[in-house]
Ligand binder design. Structure first.
Ligand code: CDP
Ligand code: CDP
Length: 240
């Protein structure tokens, strides 16, 4: 069977990471959380007190930074960790998950020169196929020729509630209303930015999982992937 490139994009809390991770496990593909790269770079900028408005310094920072993503380890998965993330060799898997870093990541992600550096790295990581990559621009910019593109969505209320639930587990004290505002603000910035905004690719399948759990959503995507695999195999056989 051919190995596909599967792109999953969508707003915060739509379930991209959990679903992508599960799809990758079911298909025995690798998994890459592109947002972790933006978060890792944002953490470094915050630590070094580089202003998030200083595009030149942030571009230089992106170029001199080494970000490595490794498969999640089971113990960390329970805490909601996704890929294991290494920033210049230091593990920052947990540090990058706090609200402040997410907010900074979305500001830094609006800078074209920063995106160029990270997108090139994502393309390099996924060049062999057999990968599920999730983010905001995977189907539109990173892999516009991906064989399967999913635009994952859910109602804002449900997305905020999922996020809030995660905060409760991590003991972060935010009210549901605060989390809702944060999610809405980040979505707005991601959707309205000039460079690579969050938008559904024309050929992406819209999957609304407001009323579906992670397993159901992942299995639906696996079915779509198997259909694509069959189509590609048939097309290759016809050619050959
Ligand atoms: O990556 P993204 O922000 O899109 O979402 P996520 O981190 O995968 O999911 C946020 C939370 O919602 C996680 O705790 C998931 O387990 C949960 N979730 C859910 O309950 N039902 C779904 N259909 C999808 C995600
Ligand atoms: O998991 P969550 O939905 O909170 O976001 P994330 O995937 O961890 O990404 C954090 C931020 O990075 C997002 O709000 C986006 O602004 C940015 N991002 C992006 O611009 N492009 C991507 N491919 C992935 C993330």
């Amino acid at each position: 069977m051919p190995k596909l490139t599967i792109a999953i994009d969508g707003p915060a809390g739509s379930g991209k990471s959990s679903v992508a991770r599960r799809v990758a496990a079911l298909l025995e593909y690798s998994y890459l959380d592109s947002g972790a790269m933006y978060r890792a770079l944002a953490l470094k900028a915050l630590e070094r007190k580089v202003p998030l408005s200083d595009e030149g310094r942030l571009e230089a920072l992106a170029k001199e930074t080494q970000i490595e993503l490794k498969p999640p380890i089971p113990e960390l998965e329970v805490t909601g960790a996704k890929n294991r993330v290494f920033l210049d060799g230091r593990e920052v898997t947990r540090e990058i998950r706090v609200v402040e870093v997410g907010k900074a990541a979305s500001r830094l992600a609006a800078i074209a020169a920063v995106r160029r550096v990270l997108v090139a790295e994502q393309q390099r990581c996924g060049s062999g196929g057999g990968i599920v990559m999730e983010g905001r621009d995977i189907g539109t910019v990173v892999f516009p020729a991906a064989e399967l593109k999913i635009f994952l969505d859910a109602s804002p209320e449900v997305r905020a509630e999922r996020r809030w639930q995660e905060h409760q587990e991590k003991d972060e004290r935010m009210t549901l209303a605060e989390v809702f505002d944060e999610v809405i603000e980040r979505d707005k910035r991601d959707r309205e930015r000039k460079v690579s905004p969050l938008v559904r690719a024309k050929d992406a399948v819209l999957v609304d999982n407001t009323a579906m759990d992670v397993e159901e959503t992942a299995r639906l995507i696996v079915l779509l992937a198997q259909e694509r695999e069959k189509e590609l195999t048939a097309a290759t056989a016809k050619k050959g």
